[in-house]
Design a protein. Structure first.
Length: 92
């Protein structure tokens, strides 16, 4: 599993994040320092061309962004990246 997030986000309102997990059936993105840590869940069916996603998320402060992938065999894999936020995006 590969998680790509910026090391420093000048504005926490729009932080670009990409995740790639070949063989995954679902990927969940978490921002543990946010008031609501669950940011997004991506589900992949059997006809999915790839098991990857990109989005922009909102971060309230400097924190870890974690991606957890559920693989087709029932196992889990995770990747994490710390993002330093200079201006919070959740009212902070």
């Amino acid at each position: 599993i590969t998680l790509i997030a910026p090391e420093i986000a000048e504005n926490g309102n729009t932080v670009p994040v990409e995740v790639d997990a070949p063989g995954a059936v679902a990927i969940m993105l978490l921002a543990t320092g946010n008031p609501t840590p669950s940011v997004a869940t991506f589900n992949f069916g059997p006809l999915a061309g790839s098991q990857s996603a990109s989005t922009r998320i909102r971060l309230s402060k400097t924190q870890n962004v974690t991606a957890i992938a559920k693989m087709a065999d029932g196992s889990f894999a995770q990747a994490s990246s710390e993002v330093k936020v200079t201006i919070g995006g959740c009212g902070g």
